[in-house]
Design a protein around this ligand. Sequence first.
Ligand code: ZN
Length: 276
Amino acid sequence: MELSVVSGGVFKLDGGSMFGIVPKPLWQKICPPDELNRITNDTNCLLIRKDGRNILVDTGYGGKMTDRDRGIYDMSGPTILGSLSAQGVSAEDIDLVILSHLHFDHAGGATRTDDEGGVVPAFPNAQYVVQRGEWEDALNDYGTMKTTYRPENYQPLMDQGVLTLLEGNVEIEEGISVEVTGGHTRYHQLVKVESGDTRAVYSGDILPMTTHLRAPYNMAYDLFPYDTMVSKMRLLRQAADEGWIIVLDHDASASSGRIFSEGEDRFGFEAVELNR
Ligand SMILES: [Zn+2]
């Protein structure tokens, strides 16, 4: 099994939104903002190559964003299809796409615009999976940020019959399982990969960056920040105790690494480069 981090595109978000209740004098020391108070986010996706199959976790924001959106978020860099192709992987090569949740910066790359201007699955041979509760919440726009659930990112998957809705914690195939964390969204899920000595977890938006290792550092986008904190601390304890590599979905400089304990509920991070 081979794990690689592939970027779904870089963008910027307001620094205050990224750190919730933490005062700016504290967060700006560890994550300096630009002149518009924004901080740089990557959209790190995880490519799992296993037994001749290619499995992709999350898809970044994709290529359908308008110029206006691209400006607002200062989007740059290749989106998921370009990043995969740089690693010698084509859209046709992807067999399964696991979505942590359906916000635009995770599900946008799941579909693409075709030559006739329609929107189709970006990975023509892939099955896609997401939690049923997340799908229902997306359809009902259950959130506080009204621009983040965009039907063009997931409705075409259902229309084409390639989207499977999961119910809770399941092993999707041998060594690859999902766990519902809640917190960021009600049915947000993380993805665990186990094979031989390798144990890696894609934590999604409950632990977006190394700067979110401490308990109160949670995003203002979280619908249930307390649940994020509880899920995150449980994950960090397990990662430190059992040697899991964590893949951080939004960190622009350290996309993966090991966690170690620095005392009760304080954790350090040591970068471990997966293939990029
Ligand atoms: Zn996100």
